[in-house]
Design a protein around this ligand. Structure first.
Ligand code: BGC
Length: 885
């Protein structure tokens, strides 16, 4: 048996809105071992008719099954295509054709936009964040073959056709560097059209575009009025076509949403509802004419997938009456999204819901850490019977809701929370015999769900919710194990590049909402809004992570100038290769900071220079991968100079000039010490660990690499001990305190129930969740090989320990599932690995392992047993001898 499992188009399963030349990939299955692809054939058809394919690769002899381009295939705009693949393997088997995968093309050039942005807000609405309705009519009087709609908004929008929602996108069109890029959505609408009069409608809200966002709480950051743009291409069965566009024939009016803001929530007045407003036959004579809103269309780009959706429903678990007498609903999980509520009251009666994350020490409602964010929904009943309400243009970070007002009895079954985030395929699974670690893994993955709402945010609840680059940099690798993040990150990285300064400085947040907008802010005001180490490095580290995980050189090409710009920026601000610039965050929120400070004790110039070397080194590898040999040579020389300078300035007689955990960690993990100094630096790290009784005191910079620095240098045992600490400060302390997401501070909630200062105390901050990659790469031992990226070749090197008796890890790669599990029976370990078809792997046993005879033939090199295997599932057993180093 040999077959094609899954065909993807630009890593997506059914993308709608594809531009240019898509890349195809497929995974394969076989009941044999050592299977590789020897040839493939790929066909693309229109209307499901593969008898006349619009593209046929014919049989191609190659083992390449990812990043396949259909040369010469030119997409027509707004057209549905099907693609199917068959393959031949190295053992003489030919697969059947795969089941067809589908995709829809976007508009292929800005000139294909015919409609206008239209809106109904006036100058008087500039500072008002309300909802407006837009509607326009057109007629269909011939049988339709197919129809596609492209649409977007300045602000946020929900589109409708004849009263039905078009698609299930939320918070669309998402948040981008709007001045440079606005995404539009593509949907097939064939089945939504009706004979005769049709109505195209939209509900518009302020969102990131016009509403309050950023540290200065400024409004109108991108524009002063909301607007809708849409175009429907109708292809009739008689072969003719018609394009319906938004124009000045449309009308508009205020919607029942009288207020809606990302931070503050929404006020909905059901008395203002107009039943049937988006359906044919509605009398809109009282509505106002719309006007055209000027907005260049060359910034429009299609969003093919990874859309924000309502994804996970969570029923209310419990109703709590707090000591202060508040009625509180507990959803059992800290999440990002909103609630659906059944409500039935007399006309004018109110329901008021305040969202929040934690109860205080006495069990009362705690909202101080939201700072100025109100996170409040107010619903004013229309008195027309039972209604189900959910907000339209806001989201909340919460586990609890205080029901401050509600008509009638509060019943659990009337409240369902929905987790809302960018829709990505699950790729990582990790399970082990320690329930606390499994809960940590759960918390990490909910940190992702809570903060991947179109952009990677620091937190989803307080008046911030920004695309902090440092947080994304730290968490990127972990996220890429958990979910198929290619589309998510490649989209956001385009905004990193778009918002990068001409001198290469990367903004602290992307989309950049701080520059020139935060002059009074103590942290990022006065020109301090870009150019920080570990934050700006996302421009290099995120593309590298995607390249490593997908093997796709396209991300390198796309981000090349941005990466180079960042490396050049550091170089331009360096003296003797030690660089400095304006605001640095250092080892942010490390516990070795002076009392009352957020800045950890590790010197900024040391961290700056360490990252300078690290990012330059990664850039060299990527330049090489895309054949830019001149650059590779030039930046290799730069790397050597920076690394040398780092050693001269920061390592003296085998010791770091700074005695902090983070100083040792980054030096070890970035490979910056000379071999002769590694052991003494490692010893210093162990000493510094012992000084805190085996606890970390690291912040954003040191924490993600701590366990790696230990396990890569023969101290896996100490890494496990660190990971498994259960008292403050540690990952599991949070778990034991009942966390369901990852906290911003090690002691966000103290053992006595009191809190870290409310000015910076998020309970849903994924940064420290970056430990997740250690669970995958070291505990489960699934490591990508940078010489055959995308898991074309995997290195399995699990490190056992920590008293774990069972670990199951897997990552669903472009080629299929890469899996590694182990079971410990005293000192005997039984290891099981899964290698996808068309890939190979090396199994590297841990130090001190002695393999038993079996199917996998190990050879010993430098005291380490290794085996090379082809595709298939393998079991091997070994004994741990002596003490594990
Ligand atoms: C954010 C962090 C961010 C930091 C930068 C905070 O307000 O929440 O996660 O990286 O500022 O210093």
């Amino acid at each position: 048996m040999f077959g094609i499992q899954r065909v993807t188009i630009d890593y997506l399963e059914h993308p709608v809105g594809i531009l240019g030349s898509p890349q195809f990939a497929w995974s394969m299955e076989s009941d044999r071992k050592n299977v590789t692809q020897s040839a493939y054939r790929l066909q693309i058809a229109k209307d499901g008719d593969f008898s006349r394919p619009v593209y046929d690769s014919k049989k191609r002899e190659t083992d390449q099954s990812a990043q396949i381009q259909a040369e010469g295939f030119v997409m027509e705009p707004l057209t549905g295509y099907q693609v199917r693949v068959k393959a031949w393997d190295n053992q003489g088997e030919e697969s059947p054709w795969s089941s067809p995968a589908e995709f829809v093309s976007a508009l292929q050039a800005p000139g294909q936009w015919k409609g206008s942005f239209i809106g109904v807000e006036t100058a008087a609405d500039e500072k008002i964040s309300k909802g407006t309705y837009i509607r326009g009519t057109f007629r269909v009087e011939k049988p339709v073959r197919n129809a596609y709609m492209v649409s977007t908004a300045l602000g946020l929008y929900h589109p409708f056709l004849n009263g039905e929602p078009v698609g299930d996108d939320e918070m669309a069109p998402g948040w981008t560097s709007y001045g440079n890029r606005i995404l539009y959505q593509t949907h097939e609408v064939t089945d939504l059209l009706v004979w005769g009069e049709n109505v195209l409608g939209a509900h518009l809200g302020a969102g990131w575009y016009k509403g309050t966002i950023g540290l200065d709480k400024g409004k109108n950051n991108y524009g002063t009025e909301t607007a809708f743009l849409a175009q429907i291409l109708i292809r009739y069965q008689d072969g003719t076509e018609e394009t319906i566009v938004t124009d000045e024939s449309f009308k508009g009016c205020d919607s029942p949403v009288i207020f809606s803001e990302i931070y503050d929530g929404e006020i909905y007045d059901a008395r203002k509802e107009q039943p049937g407003w988006n359906k044919p036959g509605f009398d809109d004579t009282s509505w106002l004419p719309v006007h055209t809103v000027q907005q260049p269309k060359d910034v429009l780009a299609p969003q093919g997938g990874c859309k924000v959706r309502e994804l996970i429903p969570l029923p209310a678990r419990e109703i709590i009456i707090t000591p202060q007498g508040d009625t509180v609903l507990d959803f059992g999980q800290n999440l990002t999204g909103w609630v659906h509520v059944k409500v039935d009251g007399k006309e004018g009666q109110e329901m008021i819901l305040n969202h929040f994350e934690v109860l205080d020490a006495r069990g009362n409602v705690y909202t101080e850490n939201l700072r100025t964010a109100k996170e409040t929904l107010t619903y004013i009943c229309g008195g027309k019977g039972e209604a189900i309400y959910r907000p339209s243009f806001t989201f909340q970070g919460f586990r609890y809701i205080r029901v401050a007002a509600y008509p009638g009895e509060v019943k659990k079954e009337n409240f369902t929370a929905w987790a809302v985030h960018s829709d990505m395929r699950d790729t990582g699974h990790f399970f082990c015999s320690n329930p606390l670690l499994n809960q940590l893994q759960h918390n990490i993955s909910w940190g992702l769900k809570g903060n991947f709402l179109d952009i990677p945010t620091d937190c989803p609840q307080r008046d911030e919710r920004l695309g902090w680059t440092g947080d994304a940099q730290i968490f990127c690798r972990t996220a890429t194990f958990l979910k198929d993040t290619y589309t998510f990150f490649s989209k956001w990285l385009k905004d990193v590049a778009a918002d990068q300064a001409p001198n290469g400085a990367v903004p602290h947040v992307v989309p950049d909402i701080l520059t020139n907008r935060s002059d009074d802010d103590w942290l990022v005001g006065e020109g301090n809004s870009m150019g920080a180490t570990a934050w700006g490095d996302v421009a290099v580290i995120a593309p590298w992570t995607l390249y490593l995980s997908y093997g796709d050189r396209r991300i390198i090409e796309e981000q090349y100038d941005s990466m180079k710009g960042w490396v050049d920026f550091m170089n331009d601000h360096a003296e003797d290769y030690v660089w400095k610039f304006a605001r640095q965050f250092g080892d942010w929120v490390a516990l070795d900071a002076e009392a009352g400070s957020y800045f950890g004790a590790t010197p900024e110039d040391m961290i700056c220079t360490a990252y300078f070397a690290y990012s330059t080194g990664l850039f060299v590898k990527m330049a090489r991968a895309v054949g830019r040999t001149e650059d590779a040579k030039k930046y290799q020389a730069l790397y050597d100079a920076v690394a040398d300078s780092y050693r001269r300035h920061f390592i003296k007689d085998g010791h770091m000039t700074a005695r902090t955990q983070t100083a040792q960690i980054i030096t070890l993990y970035f490979g910056l010490a000379k071999e002769k100094d590694r052991a003494s630096i490692m010893r210093d790290l162990l000493e510094l660990l012992a000084e805190h009784d085996g606890h970390l005191v690291t912040g954003f910079v040191g924490t993600p690499y701590f366990c790696h620095a230990l396990s890569q240098n023969g101290h896996t045992k100490e890494a496990y001990e660190l990971l498994l600490k259960e008292d403050f400060p540690s990952w599991l302390y949070q778990v034991k305190m009942g966390a369901t997401t990852v906290w911003e501070h090690w002691d966000g909630l103290k053992p006595d129930g009191t809190m870290w200062s409310a000015d910076m105390n998020s309970f849903n901050h994924y940064a420290y969740g970056a430990i997740g990659e250690w669970l995958y790469r070291v505990v489960a031992g699934i490591e990508a090989d940078e010489n055959a990226p995308g898991y074309k070749h995997t290195v399995f090197q699990p490190q056992t320990g920590g008293g774990l008796t069972e670990v199951k890890g897997s990552y669903d790669s472009v080629y299929g599932t890469v899996g590694c599990s182990w079971r410990a029976e005293a000192d005997r370990i039984v290891l099981k690995v899964q290698v996808p078809v068309n890939t190979t792997a090396t199994i590297v046993l841990e130090k001190g392992a002695l393999p038993e005879e079996g199917d996998v033939k190990f050879t010993c090199r430098d005291g380490i047993y290794q085996a090379s295997v082809g595709s298939g599932t393998y079991t091997a057993a070994y004994r741990r001898t002596g003490v594990l180093l």
